[in-house]
Design a protein around this ligand. Structure first.
Ligand SMILES: C[S@@+](CC[C@H](N)C(=O)[O-])C[C@H]1O[C@@H](n2cnc3c(N)ncnc32)[C@H](O)[C@@H]1O
Length: 283
């Protein structure tokens, strides 16, 4: 399948998720799935998909949650995963189907603008796939059209960076060894773009959704060894971005970061605090 139109409003994100970052998600798929599994599980729990439903997974990436939805709705249901990252979709398409699951469709489409059908789904789900739209109002209006009247929306997104120690503490430990970083725009497309609950509510209500709720959910995440966690930290988040432009600094950062990660090491691997919003709404 061809790549989405790169002249689109989300061209920068399409490039981002089809190059180095998409490749990182492909290479670290199992570790990333393990890291964010408890957070996606909470969004899945509140969505409560049932047999026979038609469900859209937005920003489905390497397909972990799409496959779970496919098992939940079973052979009589329907599941579509949409994403803009061809390398991640290739992983998703190659994964084994769980038993008694419907075969999901994986589409390379920009959820902000793609024709997803009118009232084509009973519910929409996303695990960290809805914070990257250049125009969130337009994107959620598009998603609103795609879900049937009375249908459900449930997704998980990050609360502020400052409160997400699993990402912030490694960056704080690395900072003394890195050049000063420009301040980032908190509303720009990116993992923390939906941290402000008032903004999320206003986007969803503006798009026509009702019964909007945002529930805080806090837990420890991780589950990998110190060495694996160190390697992942070098590839994702703000530290990953800093080291992509200055890879020679990795050696200097390594010692400080290893000491930090060791302080969070447990018999289950490195476990660090994470906090998210579990967002629900209805058409
Ligand atoms: C943080 S990853 C999460 C992937 C997956 N949901 C998971 O939990 O493993 C965000 C995903 O959103 C996708 N994405 C970003 N903007 C998108 C858009 N406009 N339409 C569809 N997918 C998008 C990215 O390609 C990426 O796969």
């Amino acid at each position: 399948m061809s790549l989405p139109d790169t002249a689109s409003a989300n061209a920068a994100q399409i490039d981002y998720w089809n190059t180095a970052v998409g490749q990182t998600w492909v290479e670290h798929q199992a570790q990333l799935d393990r890291l964010i599994a408890p957070l996606g599980a909470e969004a899945m729990r509140v969505l409560a998909p049932t047999a026979g439903e038609r469900i859209l997974d937005v920003g489905c990436g390497c397909g972990e949650t799409t496959l779970e939805l496919a098992a939940r709705v079973g052979p009589g249901g329907g599941v579509v995963g949409v994403d803009i990252s061809e390398p991640m979709l290739a992983v998703a398409r190659a994964r084994d189907l769980p038993v008694n699951a419907v075969e999901p469709q994986f589409r390379n489409s920009d959820a902000q603008v793609a024709d997803l059908g009118e009232a084509a789904f009973d519910a929409i789900f996303s695990r960290f796939g809805v914070m990257f739209f250049s125009d969130p109002a337009a994107a959620f209006a598009n998603l609103h059209r795609a879900v049937r009247p009375g249908g459900r929306l449930a997704f998980v997104c990050w609360r502020p960076y400052a409160e997400n120690l699993w990402m912030r503490a490694p960056m704080d430990a690395a900072q003394p060894f890195l050049p000063p970083m420009p301040a980032s725009d908190p509303l720009a497309p990116g993992p923390f773009a939906f941290a402000d609950p008032l903004r999320v509510r206003s986007i969803l209500e503006g798009a026509g959704f009702s019964d909007v709720t945002l529930d805080p959910f806090d837990t420890l995440i991780g589950g990998s060894s110190v060495a694996e966690t160190l390697r992942l930290n070098f590839r994702v988040g703000p530290l990953g971005s800093a080291l992509r432009t200055a890879p020679h600094l990795a050696a200097r950062v390594s010692q400080a970061l290893e000491a930090l990660l060791e302080s969070y090491d447990t018999p289950q691997g490195v476990m660090m605090p994470a906090c998210v919003w579990i967002v629900q709404a209805r058409r």
